[in-house]
Design a protein. Structure first.
Length: 181
């Protein structure tokens, strides 16, 4: 199988199920941005040496692929069997967030992203995740999508924020509080 098919040369691509749509379609924007997030999660994972966190990130990457498959399929194509996204996936994120938060001092200020490449990657993942969320919400206004997808993506951005704070502690990096002028 060749990587190139030439079918996209006119600015269209196929959704799961085969319907061709513009590459600027809301679904393509949503799952394309999700794909970008997944690539950055891989980059982040490559810079973390904590086995449990690496396992969490691998689970997150699996869930991102699952969500992407749901976003790439229209309701009419729902005869296809896709992996599920569930409340348990959201609960897992919440448990991981809570566990990290237990080790941290309470936040008293917003923190500026940066201080170490790993922290910066966490914040890049967080901001791309928020862009995924905006695209998914826009899509949800136009077409039906599983509500758990929106909840998962929302919680996932919180996870990346907390992971940045957690990694700051693990790497002995002092967080820089935002102090408005």
């Amino acid at each position: 199988m060749k990587v190139y098919t030439k079918k996209g040369d006119t600015g269209e691509t196929a959704l799961l199920g085969g319907r061709r749509v513009s590459k600027s379609h809301l679904r393509i924007e949503a799952y394309g941005t999700l794909d970008e997030l997944n690539a950055f999660v891989g980059l982040l994972r490559d810079h973390i040496e904590l086995p449990n966190t690496v396992k969490e990130l691998l689970d997150i990457q699996d869930r991102i692929f699952t969500i992407g498959s749901h976003l790439a399929m229209e309701k009419e194509d729902s005869k296809m069997k896709l992996p599920d996204i569930s409340e348990t996936d959201i609960t897992n994120l919440e448990n991981w967030i809570d566990k990290m938060e237990e080790e941290l001092e309470p936040m008293r200020n917003f923190v500026l992203p940066g201080g170490h490449p790993t922290l910066s990657y966490c914040h890049v993942c967080r901001t791309i995740c928020r862009r995924v969320e905006r695209a998914a919400v826009t899509l949800a206004h136009e077409e039906s999508i599983n509500k758990l997808i929106l909840s998962y993506i929302n919680r996932l951005s919180d996870y990346f924020f907390m992971l940045g704070r957690f990694m700051a502690k693990k790497l002995n990096v002092e967080e820089t509080p935002w102090q408005p002028k």
